[in-house]
Design a binder for this molecule. Structure first.
Ligand code: CP3
Length: 333
């Protein structure tokens, strides 16, 4: 069994597998080279030959324990026929959402539109670089996808004033998302994804009272579905204040923590396997500081099933040598 599955399924606490969110991406010159010739990001995600190659790029350089498929959470709204574009320095920009059209959309048409994503997973999972390692599939959580679909751009740029007002609209979209997210998850698993991570990057936008309706219940529905397919699920509710509460309600197989979470506190509060935590900015400092901080996390989680990762995606400015040093330091521990 792969090390990551050993940690999650068998609760092993004497091994330290490592993978990194956004490990396939802009900090790697070989990715930038491919990206230069492929200015349309969506088209690149839909090119199974290139997207599988990009997925494997970090595994050729570093002794990582997983490949996370090179795709994007916004392939889902794209599959629902909402326009999605990635603009330099702005990030994703979405078109208007036509709810009536989306409500009528057929599952088969959705799958057809993003089929190369599944083919890429298939290619990756059969590659010899993946032997004894884990192929990770992923989705955006319903809430985070809804944020992009209604706000049509990253909340980092601007958040619509009336965002939380229209409960009816929000609930209608959440129901549609649940249906298509299940289809998306099932197809990833059927093509070789051995773990699913649910990214809820904007869970932290909500106050306590809205979490049950918009985060807990919709995510719990997906977690139960993934468990019914006998595949482990990792949840990443970035920015929420009470991870313990989240784990008790949503019950993921493992929880990914962000860089604002106090690792000592959470190691005492939460029994399930934990992943991540280290601030990606630490990789922009120096090797001594990086080592010190890696050891800090590994020491704190010494007796806890723990998968090493960062507390959010690796930053584009990261020197690949720092990534190399990180992986070696974890493996030498
Ligand atoms: O290596 C991996 O982790 C797999 C690939 C992956 C991408 N996006 C590729 C990508 C994954 C898992 C994602 C998830 C994703 N996408 C999230 C959840 C995680 C998070 O970061 O909070 C979110 C919110 C998105 C939406 C998204 N995609 C944004 C906001 C942006 C622009 C910001 C940025 O970092 O540039 C993207 C673009 C994107 N997705 C890139 C990559 C490699 C950069 C594209 C480029 O080359 O310009």
């Amino acid at each position: 069994m792969s090390l990551i599955r050993e940690v999650i399924i068998n609760k092993k606490n004497n091994i330290n597998p490592v993978w990194i969110m956004r490990q396939a991406g802009r900090y790697l010159p070989e990715f930038r080279e491919i990206r230069k010739n492929n200015p349309d990001f969506i088209k690149l995600c839909l090119n199974e030959k290139l997207s599988s190659e990009i997925t494997l790029q970090p595994l050729k350089r570093f002794d990582l324990d997983a490949a996370i498929i090179f795709s994007d959470i916004l392939m889902l709204p794209y599959g629902l026929n909402q326009k999605v574009e990635f603009k330099k320095n702005l990030g994703p920009i979405l078109g208007d959402l036509n709810l009536d059209e989306v409500s009528k959309l057929d599952e088969i048409d959705f799958v057809k539109k993003i089929y190369p994503v599944y083919k890429a997973i298939n290619l990756v999972s059969k590659n010899k670089l993946i032997k004894n390692k884990t192929t990770i599939g992923f989705v955006g959580a319903p809430w985070t996808l809804l944020v992009y679909m209604i706000n049509k751009q990253s909340p980092k740029l601007k958040l619509k004033d009336n965002f939380f007002k229209d409960d009816f609209l929000i609930n209608r979209i959440l129901i549609i998302l649940e249906k298509f997210l299940k289809v998306h998850i099932k197809n990833q698993i059927d093509n070789g994804a051995e773990i699913i991570q649910i990214f809820d990057s904007w869970a932290g936008l909500l106050n306590e009272k809205d979490l049950p309706n918009f985060v807990f219940i919709p995510t719990l529905n997906l977690v139960e579905y993934i468990k019914s397919l006998k595949i482990p699920v990792i949840c990443f509710p970035k920015g929420i204040k009470n991870y313990k509460n989240y784990c008790e309600i949503v019950k993921p197989d493992a929880i990914c923590i962000d860089y604002e979470v106090d690792p000592i506190k959470i190691s005492k509060e939460i029994k399930i396997p934990i992943q991540g935590g280290l601030d990606p900015k630490i990789l922009l400092t120096d090797k001594n500081n990086l080592k010190k901080n890696i050891i800090k996390y590994l020491d704190i989680f010494k007796d806890h099933p723990y998968i090493f990762n960062l507390g959010h995606g690796i930053l584009p400015d990261t020197d690949p040598n720092m990534m190399d040093y990180l992986v070696k330091t974890v493996k030498d521990y």
